[in-house]
Design a protein around this ligand. Structure first.
Ligand SMILES: NC(=O)c1ccc[n+]([C@@H]2O[C@H](COP(=O)([O-])OP(=O)(O)OC[C@H]3O[C@@H](n4cnc5c(N)ncnc54)[C@H](OP(=O)(O)O)[C@@H]3O)[C@@H](O)[C@H]2O)c1
Length: 275
């Protein structure tokens, strides 16, 4: 059955790939983007199935306005994908307050504005599905990626809470946790804090060197990730989390095991403070 999708950040990467795939199979897409011409080729090809809307997810009022317009244009929305996001790279000490705040605004507040805008619609129409782009970075913490990964950890918590809050309304949500894949994400979209030379011989400096020399492994296929997200939304019951990628599997597993190991290691002290 044909579905209607709302997707943020469709100018490139996963957002655009998902949009293309959905159009090919005959679905309807309300695609939001900042670069207003970025989907013009698809608009020409699929004028009956695609409508684009200018949206910077950083602001709540425009997000609510676009959501209201989309609902007016299409009636029922079946799936929302909170995909828009970017990464700020740099050590905790290096980033400016403005850079940190901008990172949190887009990846956390932007996703929340999008999802919250659709909750009344989903409640009133008997349900819906939400896919939130997290990352393997939603479980791990790398030197030099703390601010970006913190936004994904935040979304992991918020979506897990949301799942428990809205399941009675037949609303499902899933955290999509891709590993590294070649999109604009690690390239043009990435923001960089000003490097401090004091960090040159630390893991942060080493990461910068790897990035400069183009030696950042990206073992996953963005196209397959996009398809896996569609398949996930098509399933009757979405999982809470879906890790996508060889690195995602290895790194998330290692992070979970290490956290469990820490818990067990300190078990005696942990339990000793009981009244
Ligand atoms: N690729 C990876 O390795 C990877 C791995 C794990 C998770 N992710 C996550 O996947 C999602 C999509 O990233 P991608 O890999 O497809 O990268 P991408 O090609 O850079 O796409 C990101 C999209 O988000 C949009 N965007 C950024 N800030 C926005 C804002 N304030 N308002 C509206 N749109 C905004 C960008 O729009 P503009 O073109 O206007 O900048 C672009 O369309 C992100 O949430 C990212 O964190 C990516």
């Amino acid at each position: 059955m044909t579905k209607t999708w709302f997707i943020t950040g469709t100018s490139s990467g996963f957002g655009r790939l998902i949009t293309e795939k959905l159009l090919v199979r005959g679905d309807i897409v309300a695609a939001t983007l900042r670069k207003k011409d970025a989907l013009d080729d698809l608009l020409r090809q699929y004028p009956q199935q695609l409508k684009t809307y200018a949206l910077d997810v950083n602001n709540e009022a425009p997000t609510n306005d676009v959501t209201a317009q989309v609902i007016k244009d299409f009636g029922k929305i079946d799936v929302v994908i909170a995909n828009a996001g970017y990464a700020l790279s740099g050590a905790i000490e290096e980033a400016t307050a403005e850079q940190i705040s901008a990172q949190f605004q887009t990846n956390i507040m932007g996703s929340l504005f999008t999802i919250r805008a659709f909750l009344p619609h989903f409640r009133e129409t008997g349900g819906g599905k939400i896919l939130q782009l997290s990352s393997m970075g939603g479980h791990v913490a790398f030197a030099g990626m703390g601010y970006y990964q913190a936004t994904k950890w935040a979304m992991e918590c918020l979506i897990e809470s949301l799942i428990a809050e809205v399941e009675n309304f037949n609303i499902q949500a899933c955290l999509i946790e891709p590993g590294a894949a070649e999109t604009s994400f690690g390239n043009a979209s990435m923001q960089h804090a000003k490097a401090m030379e004091e960090y040159e011989n630390t893991p942060v400096g080493a990461m910068r060197e790897r990035r400069k020399s183009g030696n950042m492994p990206r073992p996953n296929d963005p196209d397959k990730i996009a398809q896996a997200m569609i398949d996930c939304a098509d399933s009757a019951q979405m999982p809470k989390r879906l890790a996508l990628g060889t690195d995602a599997y290895d790194k998330i597993k290692a992070a979970l095991l290490s956290r469990l190991e820490d818990l067990e290691k300190n078990k005696e002290v942990t339990l000793s403070v009981a009244k």
